[in-house]
Write a protein of this length. Sequence first.
Length: 141
Amino acid sequence: MRTQQASVSVTADGVRPFAGVRLVRTVLRTAHLVAFGALYGGHVYDVPRTELHAALGWTVATGAALMGLELYRTPVWFWQIRGLATLVKIALVAAVALWWDARVGLLTLAIVVGGVSSHMPGKYRYYSIKHRRVIGGRESG
């Protein structure tokens, strides 16, 4: 009996197609911004920790989903500046647990890293430190 292996098509830029990726990204990104906005505002206005758990949970869940989508579609994402910036943002948010008194500054820095990395030119955002060149940047969605 012959077994068939599932093959996943990949574009010339190394991107795996994903039907509806633009919609999924938009929904996840919007949910992530809302959740993080609630978390950030809670810290700015000194809301008790216990009341921030839901916002933190939604921030982590939506961020993980966005990261998973990017890694599935473009595994090199991890090595690109945009992926590395995400890892820096995760570290900054996690650092809140260690340096509670610096939480607003740490979260503000995470926002700055996100804003800059999301809007920098593609020649930087899609630069892979592993491959030492720009990879991708023309993918749709």
